[in-house]
Design a protein around this ligand. Structure first.
Ligand code: WT7
Length: 651
């Protein structure tokens, strides 16, 4: 039985959440199970400012999704920005909506709800002047500046559909997305700043748009003094577009199921998938989860240090927090700039109460040592969140003990671009936590594990994680490719939404995510999760980060290979470390893992969102040709690793 961590008293005290005790959680869970329509209609009515209130809950189901996409609240109408902005002018007009922390340490600014409302209206009017209409698409290719959020909301004000493309994507990736969604407008910056370095955003846009005629205008926000080329007739400065423009703008009436945004995720084939999120269900679900999971309170300062280019930024920097009238922080820099104390400096300076980041950042910071944390006052913190990949128990403990000093509850939130919002998670004031577990489903979420024959595994066990019933925040389709949506998520297990993840559920119902299904390897007929081997490897004190993946083996089908990145300052001889790591895996996972091949490497190839590119590692080791993944952060790493793998006799 795993060790459980009870909820620290100070996390429970003063909660204003509708779910602050285990009994309330059970009561909500049962109510949502008995009558999901009623449960979510109640939430939708309470959280959303409707133009016309809905009477309908869910229409459609997972069996019929090929013929008819599911829908929620479909007879209601609204404009999402009225919930996120106008409603707050009544009681929170002077409350800080956005705190912006610039790349340069010590540079920050704030926007109140009144100011944000005016900026959004002005920019919406400007976009309308440039010809953007309801249902048309705008691509936002920006860094972490408040104008990115303003641009998203301005599109929503007009009922236009935005698609944010992460500012680190290449011109080619940007062009693919512009084409796929048929964007009429691209919104960008002359230049971005990150980690003390410039990002040539406008130049990349120019490269992406060579010979591209669907885009009518490029709006350029001036972040720095760097000059950029302008194409006559196409390009306009943001400040010119809004100059003299009215700050009142009619909020266009939208149907509940009108698309709010398209967000591209990498699929198993090369072409990115444009997942479509619609308006009212998404708004209801992000507002609900943001309040319940983090136990949001009126005076909270909430900081999610993701990027708006990912779904985490959409749901938990912009839409959820603003729907709830929260103070949300936007962070332009990186956790390591100018040093590994930047996050904690942020916490100290802005008195952050809720902090939300990713395991990859936690591991990187833990490897730098505790002194960067301890130099900053973190007494304001109450809730610490993580998202994006399984968090290994060591990193969890570091976050809990060192960052939170045992006073904060950790919410390990499992969700996906497809799910729109958090699905499996501890609820801050309610749930006892277990390092490495996303614990329990939120009310209205019905996870099941299926075995190889598509049978539901009852009780504790391991299988493929699926969802048995729709919830309002779920993506409805893939942009202009509903067949691909159905094939990807609903054909493997008819009647279920297939998440693509493997999971395991223990005796008390806690869920442990084992990673993507393709992280499962078969060694001499045994199914092994590379995640469990990684966990063992990561528990070695000299290891900062590691990746374990399977390579083809004539004898055993596959064998696992481990790549290790060592912590700074480790002086032990590498040969000793390798043999200790091999022994650890033998001890924790067993000889069955056949774990013998280990290389020490400088760094691991990751996506720009921080996920280790295991499939690229696998292909490298197997010596198969493959296109460099478009999401890769630094392609040069692949060559370094090829050499390390050759040292082991692969690649
Ligand atoms: C995949 C979704 C959700 C926002 C960021 C990622 C993995 C996500 C966890 C977690 C274990 C996690 C899953 C999932 N994942 N959160 N708490 N524990 N794994 O969005 O890029 O769509 O990736 O990230 O494998 O399927 P995404």
């Amino acid at each position: 039985m795993t060790q459980l961590f009870s909820v620290p008293d100070r996390v429970k005290q003063g909660s204003t959440s509708p779910i602050q005790t285990p009994d309330q959680y059970r009561e909500h869970y049962l109510r949502a199970a008995a009558d999901p329509d009623q449960y979510w209609l109640e939430q939708a009515k309470a959280r959303v400012k409707w133009k016309k209130e809905p009477t309908l809950g869910l229409a459609g189901d997972y069996h019929g999704v090929a013929e008819e996409p599911i829908s929620w609240f479909s007879d209601g109408t609204l404009n999402l920005t009225e919930t996120c902005l106008d409603e707050h002018l009544k009681e929170r007009a002077e409350k800080t909506a956005i705190i912006w922390e610039a790349d340069e340490p010590g540079h920050s600014k704030t926007l109140t709800y009144r100011e944000l409302h005016s900026e959004v209206c002005r920019f919406a009017n400007a976009l309308r002047e440039l010809g953007l209409q309801k249902g048309e698409r705008a691509i936002i290719y920006m860094g972490m500046v408040p104008e990115a959020a303003i641009a998203m909301l301005a599109c929503a004000r007009l009922g236009a559909i935005h698609s944010v493309v992460f500012g680190g994507f290449s011109a080619e990736a940007l062009r693919d997305r512009v084409r796929d969604c048929g964007a009429k407008i691209v919104i960008t910056q002359n230049e971005g700043r990150r980690g003390g370095k410039p990002l040539a955003l406008k130049t990349v846009v120019d490269q992406a748009l060579t010979d591209e005629h669907v885009v009518k205008h490029v709006v350029v926000f001036k972040r720095t003094d760097t000059e950029v080329e302008f194409e006559e007739g196409r390009d306009v400065w943001w400040h010119d577009a809004v100059s003299g423009v009215s700050d009142s703008c009619e909020a266009v009436e939208c149907a509940a199921e009108d698309p709010l945004f398209i967000l591209y995720t990498s699929g198993s084939t090369g072409k990115p998938k444009g997942l479509v999120h619609t308006t009212a269900g998404y708004l209801t679900y992000t507002s609900y989860t943001h309040e319940i999971v983090f136990d949001l309170r009126e005076e909270d300062v909430y900081a999610c240090v993701a990027d708006v280019g990912w779904v985490t930024g959409h749901s938990y920097i912009v839409y959820g927090p603003l729907a709830n009238g929260a103070t949300t922080l936007m962070f332009e820099s990186t956790p390591l700039y100018p040093d590994a104390g930047r996050y904690w400096n942020l916490v100290e300076q802005h008195k952050v109460t809720i902090f939300y980041t990713a395991p990859t950042a936690i591991r990187a910071l833990a490897a730098q040592g505790d002194q960067f944390v301890k130099g900053h006052d973190r007494s304001s913190l109450r809730v610490l969140g993580t998202v994006g990949e399984p968090i290994n128990p060591d990193a969890w403990r570091w976050y809990y003990d060192v960052v939170g000093e045992g006073r904060c509850n950790i919410v390990d939130t499992w969700w996906q671009t497809e799910t729109g919002g958090i699905c499996l998670t501890p609820i801050a004031p309610v749930t006892e936590t277990a390092p490495g577990s996303a614990t329990l489903p939120l009310p209205g979420i019905f996870p099941v594990l299926l075995d190889g024959d598509a049978h539901v595994i009852r009780g504790p066990g391991q299988g493929k994680l699926c969802m048995a019933h729709p919830w309002p925040g779920q993506a409805r389709t893939v942009w202009e490719d509903h067949d691909r949506y159905v094939a990807t998520y609903f054909s493997t297990y008819p009647g279920y939404y297939f998440t693509g993840d493997g999971g395991c559920i223990d005796e008390q119902g806690y869920v442990y995510i084992m990673g993507r299904i393709d992280d499962v390897i078969i060694v001499s007929g045994h199914n092994l999760s590379t995640g469990s081997i990684e966990e063992a490897v990561a528990s070695h004190p000299a290891v900062a980060e590691c990746a374990v993946f399977g390579v083809k083996d004539e004898l055993r089908t596959q064998v696992p290979i481990g790549l290790l990145v060592l912590k700074c300052g480790v002086e032990t001889d590498p040969v000793t470390i390798v043999s200790e790591v091999v022994a650890l895996v033998r001890e924790k996972v067993g000889p069955v893992a056949n774990f013998k091949q280990v290389a020490i490497t400088k760094r691991l190839p990751k996506t720009r969102s921080g996920k280790i590119l295991r499939s690229a590692l696998r292909k490298l080791a197997d010596g198969v040709d493959f296109p460099v993944p478009s999401t890769i952060d630094d392609p040069a790493i692949l060559e370094e690793i090829r050499i390390d793998l050759q040292g082991l006799g692969y690649a």
